[in-house]
Ligand binder design. Structure first.
Ligand code: ATP
Ligand code: MG
Length: 391
C-alpha cells in the first residue's frame, strides 16, 4: 500500500549555509543503501528527503535499510494517490484509515500541506473538511487537535500524499559530513562499536588491523573483515589495511621489558595507523579504548600510547562501562562475531604483570633498544600492507 517514504532529519536542519551539503550527503547515503534493493528514486525537497519505491519493492527490507542511515530523525511510509481532486482525495484518506487502523477507537487530527497554492481549498479548509468526512465515515473516531493519538498528514501537490506513522531513525549526522578517521579495528567487542559511534557523528572511516601470522590465524583476520562488513552497513564502504605485525612484535618481545610489551606494541600500532591515516587524509585515529578496562587502558597507559602519535586520537567509549558497550554491540549485530574465539595479536604476547602506570620517559628509553632495526621493520610492514575493500 505504501509507495514512498518521507524522511525527516533533525540535527542537520540546523546547519545554516552548509545545510545543502548535509542534505545532499543524506540523500546520497539513502540512495546508496537502497541501491542493492531496487530502482528507488531519492530526491531532496523542502527540508526532507523523498523516496519513491519501485512497484515490487520489499517493505521490511526498505525500512531496515533506511533505519541504518545516520542523520535521520524519523521517516514515514507514504500512500500516494495519483490525483488531488477532492473526491478522490477524501476517499483515499478514508481508505487509508480503514486499512491502517482496524480499531477506529482513537483520537485524531488532520494536518494539511498544500504545495499548489492554486488548489481550491486552503490548508485549514482541507483539515476541517477532511476531518468532517472521516467523522462521518467512521463514527467511532474522535477529533483531538491538541494531543491526538494519530496525526494524519495530507499533502496536496499534483499528486496527494498521506501518512500517519513515524518510524524512528538513528539520529546523528550523515556519513562524510565531518571528515574521515582511521579506526584501529581489532577482533574484539569494543573497536567495532567505537567505529559505529564516531561514524554516527558524520565521520567516514578507513580501518587498520594488525595481525601476526602464524601466531594469529586466518580465521582471526576473517573475523575482522566480517566485523568491518557489519559496521559498514552503517558507516558506508571502507578500506581495511591489514598490516603484518609479526616481526615488529617479536623484535619488541626480544628487546624490551615484558611488562611494557603491550604499551610499546600499541605505540607502534599508532605510528603505523597514523602513516596510513595521513595517506588517506584522515583527521584522526579512533580506538575502542575505555578508561581502566585493562592495564593498557589506565589513564597512564593511554597517555603513554598517545605520546607516540601527533594526530588526535578519538576514543568514543572512553567513559563507557563494558555492559554499555556490549549493549551497543548487540544492537548493531557485531557482538556474536566479536566473541568468536579467534585471538588477535595482542592476546598472544601479553605479559603476566603488565605495567599499569607506565612512565613515558621509561617507555621511550625502552624503545631506544629497538633503534637498530625498527625503522626497516616499520617500512617493511607498511610496504607489505594488504588492502581490502569493504562494502
Ligand atoms: P577490542 O574489544 O576493541 O579488541 P580490547 O578491550 O580488547 O578492545 P585492547 O586489546 O587493549 O582492548 O585494544 C584496545 C584498542 O586498541 C582496540 O579497541 C583497538 O582500537 C586497538 N587494537 C588492539 N589490537 C588491535 C589490532 N590487532 N589491530 C587493530 N587495532 C587494535
Ligand atoms: Mg582486543
Amino acid at each position: 500500500m505504501f509507495k514512498a517514504f518521507l524522511i525527516k532529519y533533525g540535527e542537520i536542519g540546523l546547519k545554516g549555509k552548509n545545510r545543502y551539503l548535509f542534505e545532499n550527503a543524506l540523500r546520497d547515503r539513502v540512495a546508496e543503501v537502497l541501491k542493492p534493493l531496487g530502482q528507488y528514486i531519492v530526491s531532496k525537497e523542502q527540508g526532507r528527503i523523498f523516496v519513491e519505491c519501485p512497484d515490487d519493492y520489499d517493505y521490511e527490507e526498505t525500512v531496515k535499510a533506511i533505519q541504518r542511515v545516520f542523520g535521520i530523525s524519523s521517516f514515514s511510509p507514504v500512500v500516494v494517490i495519483d490525483s488531488s481532486e477532492w473526491d478522490t482525495l477524501t476517499k483515499g484518506v478514508g481508505d487509508y484509515v480503514e486499512s491502517m487502523y482496524p480499531n477506529k477507537n482513537f483520537t485524531f487530527k488532520v494536518m494539511a500541506k498544500r504545495a499548489d497554492k492554486n488548489y481550491p481549498m486552503t490548508s485549514p479548509e482541507i483539515c476541517r473538511e477532511m476531518g468532517a468526512y472521516l467523522l462521518e465515515r467512521f463514527s467511532e473516531l474522535k477529533v483531538d487537535v491538541h494531543e491526538p493519538e494519530v496525526r494524519l498528514t495530507v499533502e496536496v501537490r499534483n499528486k496527494s500524499y498521506i501518512y500517519s506513522i513515524a518510524i524512528p531513525g538513528l539520529g546523528g549526522m550523515p556519513v562524510g559530513t565531518n571528515g574521515k578517521a582511521m579506526l584501529l579495528l581489532s577482533g574484539g567487542i569494543d573497536s567495532p562499536v567505537a567505529g559505529y559511534m564516531i561514524s554516527k557523528r558524520g565521520v567516514s572511516l578507513s580501518a587498520v588491523y594488525f595481525h601476526a601470522p602464524p601466531y594469529t590465524s586466518e580465521r582471526a583476520k576473517q573475523k575482522v573483515v566480517d566485523l568491518g562488513q557489519k559496521i559498514s552497513k552503517y558507516t558506508g564502504r571502507m578500506k581495511l589495511y591489514v598490516v603484518n605485525f609479526t616481526d615488529i612484535q617479536l623484535y619488541i618481545y626480544e628487546k624490551c621489558p615484558h611488562d611494557e610489551l603491550t604499551i610499546i606494541m600499541r605505540r607502534y600500532m599508532m605510528r603505523i595507523a597514523e602513516h596510513f591515516a595521513e595517506q588517506e587524509n584522515c583527521l584522526g585515529l579512533v580506538t575502542g579504548e575505555s578508561i581502566g578496562q585493562v592495564a593498557s587502558q589506565t589513564m597512564h597507559s593511554l597517555a603513554a600510547t598517545n605520546d607516540a602519535c601527533t594526530m588526535p586520537v578519538y576514543r568514543p567509549l572512553v567513559a563507557f562501562d563494558k555492559q554499555d558497550i556490549v549493549d551497543v554491540a548487540e544492537k548493531i549485530d557485531t557482538y556474536e562475531t566479536s566473541i568468536q574465539p579467534y585471538e588477535d595479536c595482542c592476546t598472544i604476547f601479553v605479559a603476566k604483570h603488565p605495567v599499569t602506570k607506565p612512565s613515558i620517559k621509561k617507555i621511550r628509553n625502552s624503545e631506544r633498544k629497538l633503534e637498530e632495526k625498527i625503522d626497516e621493520m616499520l617500512e617493511a610492514a607498511i610496504n607489505s600492507v594488504e588492502i581490502i575493500d569493504i562494502e
